[in-house]
Design a protein around this ligand. Structure first.
Ligand SMILES: Cc1cc2nc3c(=O)[nH]c(=O)nc-3n(C[C@H](O)[C@H](O)[C@H](O)COP(=O)(O)OP(=O)(O)OC[C@H]3O[C@@H](n4cnc5c(N)ncnc54)[C@H](O)[C@@H]3O)c2cc1C
Length: 401
């Protein structure tokens, strides 16, 4: 948050572009609005300095938070799968504080899941072997957004007051020009970046550009433009993830591993498999109206090796692995099957290496951010948003002394 002894260096409202409407983009816009509103509250000269923020998002929705649902025509009930992020942590005090308003309205809820290790059927095992691992508690909580994982992104977007979001707009690589301000007395040269879409249409000129795309896309957006931190963009590595979505009809028997009376579970870590984790969607808080729905993440290393494979072949391989993990027969096989490829899903973190943090070019007023600048999860999106906002506020303010 800005230092109260500082005064704005600029007299007009800063125009800020954010490339990417995922959580990093949405958190950044939220925190920018709050920071500039605090600066305004502290000024007594009635000159308001509210930022004009525009988010450009190439898809129709909010980033790697994703929910797919399908309605059963017989029962009118839904299957639903959170096929991007499943849950998030809030380890830092400031992120805990940030999420409080949505916890109060139950839009965010703790997920106290029963977690198990699961060994699929193999030469020695005729049935899946399920062993307790841990229970997620409200102390070291994992949170979900309800009724869908996308609900929080939508709520964040709806609450923005000085931000326009342009969906289905893919930003082309950056270009910059110098603008001499009309005010001849000051004769100040102002750095502006003009953004274009891929058809070459201008998207406007901005004082600051914050790129929150995954790093393989960020490297292309900033390529050959003299971005001071260009080489650091490729320091982080991201891997793919395939997700398999399975659903069962209301009256259908569930597979053995899901109907296991002795060991009820919500999340399974799968051992000796190309699968990584299994999530039971219809047992999450505020999800009990759903038809039986399961989301399965494949292992990131396996997904990366198969990232360019034919999706139907991948789906078939994942189904074989899922059958071994859940143990279904002809009666209890899923009636709904879907598969999604995330080309950039997970950041490989190295415990011995410091986080990159946001990459800033103060000269050009460009910031490269995103979960991959941190630990590659939702909490990192928030941390990177706070870093980006602190850098812009520091640059937009001068000491009152
Ligand atoms: C399968 C899966 C499971 C996960 N599980 C978890 C989990 O359990 N817990 C957790 O904390 N995290 C999890 N994550 C990670 C979490 O989803 C991410 O950390 C978070 O969503 C990243 O947000 P972001 O805004 O940084 O990036 P993104 O959500 O990737 O947003 C970047 C946006 O930029 C847009 N974009 C890119 N290029 C352009 C362009 N040229 N013009 C306009 N827009 C552009 C993209 O369309 C995208 O929407 C998971 C991710 C996946 C894929």
């Amino acid at each position: 948050m800005p230092d109260s002894s500082l005064q704005p260096t600029q007299t007009s409202s800063p125009k800020i572009a954010i490339i990417g409407g995922g959580l990093t983009g949405l958190f950044t816009a939220t925190l920018l609005e709050r920071a500039f509103s605090q600066i305004n509250d502290k000024q007594n000269d009635n000159k308001s300095l509210l930022p004009q923020i525009t988010i450009f998002e190439k898809s129709r929705s909010v980033g790697r938070l994703a929910t797919r649902y399908r309605t059963d025509s017989h029962t009118n009930k839904n299957w639903q799968w959170a096929f991007g992020a499943q849950f998030f942590t809030a380890k830092s005090a400031s992120f805990q504080q940030f999420i409080k308003p949505w916890l109060k309205t139950d839009l965010l809820q703790p997920w106290c899941a029963q977690v198990v290790n699961l060994i699929p059927i193999n030469a020695n095992n005729q049935t899946p072997d399920i062993q307790p691992k841990e229970q997620w508690s409200s102390i070291q909580a994992r949170y979900i957004s309800t009724p869908k994982m996308t609900s929080w992104g939508r709520a964040l977007a709806d609450e923005l007051q000085h931000t326009t979001i342009n969906f289905k707009t893919r930003v082309a690589p950056l270009a910059q020009y110098n603008q001499t301000l009309a005010n001849k007395a000051s004769r100040k040269t102002n750095k502006k970046t003009e953004l274009f879409d891929e058809e070459g249409n201008s998207l406007g000129s901005f004082d600051w550009v914050i790129c929150t795309a995954p790093n393989a896309q960020a490297v292309e957006l900033m390529a050959d433009r003299g971005f001071a931190e260009q080489t650091k963009i490729t320091e982080s590595q991201m891997q793919a993830c395939y997700t398999l979505m399975l659903g069962w009809d209301d009256k259908q028997p569930l597979p053995e591993a899901l109907s296991c009376q002795e060991m009820a579970w919500d999340v399974a870590y799968v051992q000796n498999s190309i699968l990584d984790r299994i999530f039971i969607e219809h047992q999450k808080p505020a999800h009990n109206e759903l038809l039986p729905s399961i989301t399965i993440d494949a292992r990131n290393d396996w997904s990366e090796q198969h990232v360019d494979a034919d999706i139907d072949t991948v789906k078939a391989q994942l189904l074989v692995a899922a059958k071994q993990a859940l143990g279904w027969n002809a009666d209890s096989m899923p009636s709904q099957v879907d598969c999604h490829r995330w080309r950039y899903a997970a950041t490989i973190t190295n415990a011995n290496k410091d986080e990159l943090g946001v990459l800033v070019d103060n000269e050009k007023q460009w910031i490269v951010s995103g979960d991959w600048c941190g630990q590659g999860n939702i909490e990192s999106c928030y941390q990177m948003a706070t870093q980006a906002v602190a850098r812009i506020c520091a640059h937009s303010l001068i000491s009152a002394d």
